[in-house]
Design a protein around this ligand. Structure first.
Ligand SMILES: Cc1cc2nc3c(=O)[nH]c(=O)nc-3n(C[C@H](O)[C@H](O)[C@H](O)COP(=O)(O)OP(=O)(O)OC[C@H]3O[C@@H](n4cnc5c(N)ncnc54)[C@H](O)[C@@H]3O)c2cc1C
Length: 296
């Protein structure tokens, strides 16, 4: 079996911002591994369908912070492509809680054609119904999943100078799909600015990936941490992290979109409903029209 490359431990990174860090090398190895799997998977049928649930295997579980995990799903035999997923699309996962059937939507971190695996970032809530099922998931368990669902959401290549992505918590997942699909396209010249709201430094999800993408000339990220003090966070942060210890304000949005052509601009917003509503108000206050704001 063609096993994936081993992900380096945090301790294997010297933290001095090397040009090709161990995590950059890991990202490259993963890309080569995935290409190999795609080629060897040939044109066989995909496991997942949009209309009926199919069984898939939990191949790996990775804890990213105290209540958020990345679950890797693969075909039961590990050899079949799961599905083709476009940026912005999600899957549905079904579980059973004391005889009640529960179904929830999740947006995988990866997208593309004939995906051999899905990486799904899930935050578990104390009182959440699906959360109480998921917290018992273990490696090699079989679960029920269907997809793709939802529409493709991605700006037309090179149609805009800049796009702004504004996310809170697990609202980062569709943004990860968009960022990857744009950065993987060598012809793409749109600048991507991500404003990412989290409570604490430890709660920043997919930071390793975001740090890696920050090496691209056309991607930048600023973290807005609502429950951190500047003096405390300055001891934890990496040297080039852009951290602001408060919620996102209209001036932050204005700073990004102040000079862009507003008739040819997209803002992507994802997070809890209150966050989305507040963010939309800020965008409108900055002169962005409703049609240019994409939510998920
Ligand atoms: C299109 C779409 C894509 C999604 N993608 C993801 C994803 O990739 N990863 C992910 O973790 N979730 C994602 N979600 C949310 C997910 O579908 C569930 O709603 C979430 O996992 C909670 O389900 P639950 O059954 O555990 O909680 P529920 O039983 O539905 O809710 C119980 C309690 O949990 C809390 N809660 C639930 N959801 C939220 C929230 N978003 N923000 C704040 N508090 C909340 C509330 O206190 C709520 O009262 C997505 C939702 C949609 C609509």
């Amino acid at each position: 079996m063609n096993l994936p490359p081993r992900k380096p431990d945090e301790s294997e990174c010297c933290g001095s911002g090397c040009n090709r860090c161990v995590f950059d090398i890991y990202d490259e190895e993963i890309k080569i591994w995935k290409r190999g799997l795609e080629q060897s998977s040939g044109s066989g049928p995909e496991v997942l369908r949009p209309d009926v649930y199919s069984s898939v295997k939990i191949a790996a579980i990775e804890k990213t912070n105290p209540n958020t995990f990345v679950y890797t799903l693969r075909s039961i035999e590990d050899t079949q492509a799961l599905l083709t997923l476009k940026p912005g699309q999600h899957v549905l996962i079904k579980g059973n809680l004391n005889g009640e059937s529960i179904c929830r939507q999740y947006t995988p971190l990866n997208c593309g054609s004939k995906l051999m695996e899905l990486r799904i970032l899930i935050k578990l809530y104390e009182d959440g119904k699906m959360s109480s099922i998921i917290k018992h998931w273990r490696q090699n368990d079989i679960i029920e999943c269907r997809g793709p669902s939802g529409s493709e959401v991605c700006p037309v290549t090179n149609n805009c100078d800049t796009i702004i992505l504004i996310a809170a918590g697990t609202g980062i997942t569709p943004m990860v799909q968009i960022i990857q699909s744009l950065l993987n396209n060598e012809e793409e010249e749109t600048s991507i600015v991500l404003l990412f709201a989290c409570r604490t430094y430890e709660e920043i999800c997919v930071k390793t990936e975001l740090d890696g993408w920050s090496d691209h000339w056309n991607f930048s990220v600023a973290y807005f941490l609502s429950q951190e003090q500047p003096d405390v966070v300055s001891r934890k942060k990496k040297y080039n992290d852009k951290i602001i210890c408060r919620r996102i304000k209209v001036c932050d949005v204005q700073a990004v979109i102040g000079t862009v052509d507003k008739s040819n601009f997209y803002a992507f917003v994802c997070g809890p409903l209150g966050f989305e509503a507040d963010t939309k108000k800020m965008l409108l206050a900055c002169g962005i029209c409703n049609e240019s704001v994409v939510t998920f």
